[in-house]
Ligand binder design. Structure first.
Ligand code: WT7
Length: 654
């Protein structure tokens, strides 16, 4: 898609002023907000240095702020040192030792709480266990766990000793797990016997065994947390139960002070080519973004119960579950299971029972729950809620209004937060006590975030509602530092245009007459399925890895619930099934992709053809495939098509 021909089809005129009751108590009000913007405009690095000094606890204070001498590789606060786990735990023990850090509920209804003291003790014991297994600062540790407190404990324990974690979402397959282990060169996997999800056991240990059997030479040990207690094989000499690993460890584990730029974690995300990118985040800059947005955007306070429903396998679960709320001294809610177990009231029942005050989820979840009807939320007392958030993809105004009225009872501000795995924390978002919201817009950039919409030459687009490239014009502390092991790919992916000066987000956007940002979609061939990015290439590579498949092309089409559904065009090695459909092979290929990548990547539709639409130079014409998948007429020029006859097959007409 070229940014030039992005036309805006969505005009939304409703505007909601911040609720005066909320404003009266908000951490950031108009006056503070204006002052922050002014400070950031007048003294950009001074602004960030001030935030870093006020919000983080340093072991060795920094003098250096931004170093851009190796652009586009930037460093922040580089001569300072700190420890992320110290910032999330130890520093709260004076006043918050007995405050709940985590309230956890399992899918089966089991509830467990951990105070700051208890969490610090558990993290320290487990960090000692990691050390006893030979893990040292800089080693990579893969975490493949269900949404249970031990996932956060494992992440924090790595941070405590300077080990670099890479959390792999439990819904990813053994193949994806193996690729990520090998790319990171991880020494250890931390997993569980299983997790409870959707009334079933997610076989995490079995998937780990399968991944390792396929060849992961860097792995020495596997630590297995007992969650489901069903029978699983343990491999002698390699596998250790979590409870055995911590049995002899004490709760005294001094944090390892690391340089500000020490990598805190890697998190793999999809790109437009087949190979996932290990997004590498720093310690101090990342944590600054996490704490600052938890305080400013989520207005997190002493008495709040903050529930971000994201899995720790995604960036949202890092910044708004495992790190940010703890750095801010908050209480977080964590839920193991599916939103519809035992029924679609589960989230709302938990809001009532645990008195959740801040709730942050994805449009895909909002739409799915909206479809199931108002009777579920209406059964519960949602009066504890004071702030709602959404993230992952543009939220359609209909879902926004439902969230606003049925869940927020028209008094909770909604923060529609635009950001990415790479940005580490919220970038463009309303502040709940300041910004008037418009359904479907993520509104305006945070103070200190130089986001803009530019044309092909990098010039700011000043005509309202004209689409262009979403860029961030200045480096910022929480941004990714590189792609693990691939500095060149980092530069060519995020700084390919505009003289390498602006961070290119890969989204197209427009600004309206109030300067509000509206995200229009991705500019590359990346799908957004249920709020998660998937490269079309990854799905295509998985399809062609099947022995029956000769060629495949994948595009997205709009889907009511998931945002985007996956439509695959497949050329088989044998004959084309009559009419281009075949239920049996379709099922076989869907299951195959599920095994190769994970259930999230299973194509929703598969159409078989004798060939794909190609230009004379052999390039697949994706625009045509998108038109067909969306049921649109083909209006674009097909004269460059090498094989125009193929269109009827692709459309399912013959
Ligand atoms: C992409 C990043 C950030 C955590 C979840 C996804 C899309 C994200 C919004 C929003 C419109 C959004 C963008 C972005 N996106 N938030 N509020 N409005 N689009 O993280 O997998 O790194 O994906 O998600 O396209 O580039 P991710």
């Amino acid at each position: 898609m070229s940014a030039h021909n992005i036309d805006s089809v969505l005009i939304e005129n409703r505007k909601f002023k911040p609720n005066p009751n909320f404003v009266a108590r908000a951490r950031i009000r108009k006056q503070e907000f204006d002052a922050l913007h002014k400070m950031a405009a007048e003294d950009y690095t001074g602004f960030w240095a001030k935030q870093a000094r006020e919000l983080l606890s340093w072991h060795r204070p920094f003098k250096q702020v931004l170093d851009d001498s190796r652009a586009p590789h930037f460093t922040w606060f580089a001569d300072g040192s700190l420890n992320v786990s110290y910032n999330c735990l130890d520093r709260h023990l004076g006043s918050r030792a007995n405050k709940n850090a985590i309230i956890f509920e399992g899918e089966k209804g089991d509830v467990r709480t951990l105070t700051y003291q208890q969490l610090t003790d558990e993290v320290s014991r487990f960090a000692n266990a990691l050390k006893a297994q030979g893990i040292r600062s800089g080693d990579r540790v893969v975490i493949y766990m269900p949404m249970i407190p031990e996932a956060v404990i494992a992440m924090q324990a790595c941070a405590r000793i300077g080990a670099i974690h890479s959390v792999v979402f439990g819904g990813f397959s053994s193949e994806s797990l193996r690729d990520r282990i090998n790319d990171a060169g991880a020494r250890m996997v931390i997993t569980a016997d299983g997790g409870n999800r959707g009334g079933k056991i997610v076989e995490l240990k079995a998937a780990t065994d399968k991944a390792l059997a396929g060849g992961c030479p860097s792995i020495d040990k596997v630590i297995v947390c007992q969650r489901t207690k069903h029978n699983i094989p343990m491999k002698a000499g390699r596998d250790i139960w979590w409870h055995d690993a911590i049995a002899k460890q004490n709760t005294d584990c001094p944090p390892v002070w690391v340089d500000a730029e020490h990598p805190l974690f890697l998190l793999y995300t999809s790109g437009s080519t087949g190979k996932p990118k290990g997004i590498q985040h720093s310690s101090a800059g990342y944590l600054l973004g996490a704490i600052l947005t938890n305080l400013w955007v989520f207005d997190l306070r002493e008495s709040d119960i903050f529930w971000c429903t994201a899995d720790v396998g995604w960036i949202t679960g890092h910044t708004y579950v495992a790190y940010g709320p703890l750095a801010a001294g908050g209480t977080l809610m964590m839920y193991e299971g599916a939103p519809t177990i035992p029924d679609a009231g589960r989230f709302w029942k938990m809001v009532q029972e645990h008195k959740v005050s801040i709730f942050y989820t994805a449009p895909t979840a909002i739409r799915a729950l909206m479809k199931l009807g108002d009777s579920f939320p209406n059964k519960y007392d949602l009066s504890s809620l004071r702030l709602l958030g959404t993230v992952g993809e543009p939220i359609n105004p209909e879902a926004w209004m439902w969230y606003h009225t049925v869940i927020g009872k028209e008094h909770c501000p909604i923060v529609d937060t635009w950001w990415q795995t790479e940005t580490g924390s919220n970038m463009i978002t309303p502040l709940p006590g300041v910004t008037a919201t418009k359904p479907g817009s993520c509104t305006i950039p945070l103070p200190g975030i130089a986001a803009d919409v530019v044309d092909e030459d990098g010039n700011s687009i000043t005509t309202p509602n004209q689409g262009g490239y979403l860029v961030i014009k200045k480096p910022f502390p929480s941004q990714l530092r590189t792609i693990w092991g691939d500095d060149a790919r980092y530069a060519s992916t995020y700084y390919p245009k505009f003289g390498g000066k602006y961070y290119l987000a890969g989204d197209s956007a427009r600004k309206d007459e109030d300067g509000y940002f509206w995200i229009m979609g991705r500019i590359d061939d990346v799908l957004n399925v249920s709020g998660h990015r998937l490269g079309t290439m990854e799905v295509e590579s998985a399809l062609v890895a099947h022995p029956k498949v000769a060629e495949a092309a994948v595009v997205g089409r709009p889907d009511d619930i998931k945002g985007e559904a996956i439509f695959a065009y497949v050329v088989l090695r044998g004959a084309r099934p009559a009419g281009g459909v075949d239920a049996a092979i379709t099922k076989e290929l869907r299951d195959w992709v599920g095994e190769q990548i994970g259930a999230i990547a299973k194509p929703d539709d598969i159409r078989f053809a004798d060939n794909l639409p190609k230009t004379r130079s052999g390039k697949i014409m994706r625009r045509l495939l998108r038109n067909i998948a969306r049921g649109e007429d083909i209006t674009s020029d097909t004269s460059t098509l090498e094989n125009p006859d193929i269109l009827l097959q692709l459309q399912g007409k013959v």
